[in-house]
Design a protein around this ligand. Structure first.
Ligand code: B12
Length: 147
């Protein structure tokens, strides 16, 4: 594919790749302002919001995970990476294409009490909503059983 070949979303392939790389890089560089800048560029020119989240921001978080495991990043860096990721998602979310077809079902989702990880859970909830499911998100303090 040449540098100026249009992608499926309108933007040239090189521009699309640059935006996806920019989103990933913003998370790796722990930079919410950069994440916002590239999210805005995605909204204006493509790739679409789903791709921008999955192939951009989430790809960056995979790199961050590797750095955490190699002890190059620690919890404070993870928090800043999460902030960058959430900033990008917040801007992109209203632009996700929602499947307005048949109601597919209802899902209850949560992170169990004691575990504060919620980026993956939030992402899954977002994707289920855009796919036509009703999602009850119980947040990140849900008890694992009724007391
Ligand atoms: C970011 C992060 C954090 C952030 C979380 C910010 C937030 N608000 O969510 C912060 C800094 C708070 C954090 C804290 C801690 N963390 Co942490 N964290 C991570 C890290 C680097 C990335 C997780 C992430 O968001 N990934 C991006 C998302 C998009 O991917 P994902 O979570 O995998 O989700 C995808 C799939 O798993 C799946 N999925 C997820 N949920 C669901 C639900 C359903 C229903 C379905 C179908 C699919 C699905 O779909 C998602 C989208 O593709 C991982 C490393 C890793 N390898 O995962 C460690 C990791 C999860 N953390 C870990 C640890 C140990 C901790 C701490 C205990 C560290 C400490 N010493 O304090 C604390 C936990 C405190 C607590 N009480 O919970 C360990 C967990 C080990 C374990 N198995 O128990 C990991 C694996 C790192 C490691 N290798 O040691 N962490």
């Amino acid at each position: 594919m040449s540098d100026t070949t249009p992608s499926m979303n309108g933007a040239p392939a090189s521009e699309r790749e640059a935006i996806l790389a920019g989103l990933a890089n913003a998370v790796v560089k722990l930079d919410p302002a950069l994440a916002a800048e590239f999210a805005q560029r995605a909204i204006t020119t493509g790739p679409d919001a789903y791709e921008a989240i999955n192939d951009g921001l989430a790809r960056g978080m995979t790199v961050v995970s590797g750095k955490f495991e190699r002890r190059e990043y620690f919890v404070p860096e993870l928090l800043r990476a999460a902030k960058a990721m959430n900033t990008g998602i917040g801007l992109l979310e209203p632009h996700l294409k929602v499947d307005a077809g048949m109601h597919k079902g209802t899902v209850v989702i949560a992170t169990v009490k004691g575990d504060i990880h919620q980026i993956g859970k939030n992402l899954v909830a977002l994707m289920l909503r855009t796919a036509g499911f009703t999602v009850h998100d119980r947040g990140s303090t849900a008890r694992s059983r009724r007391s």
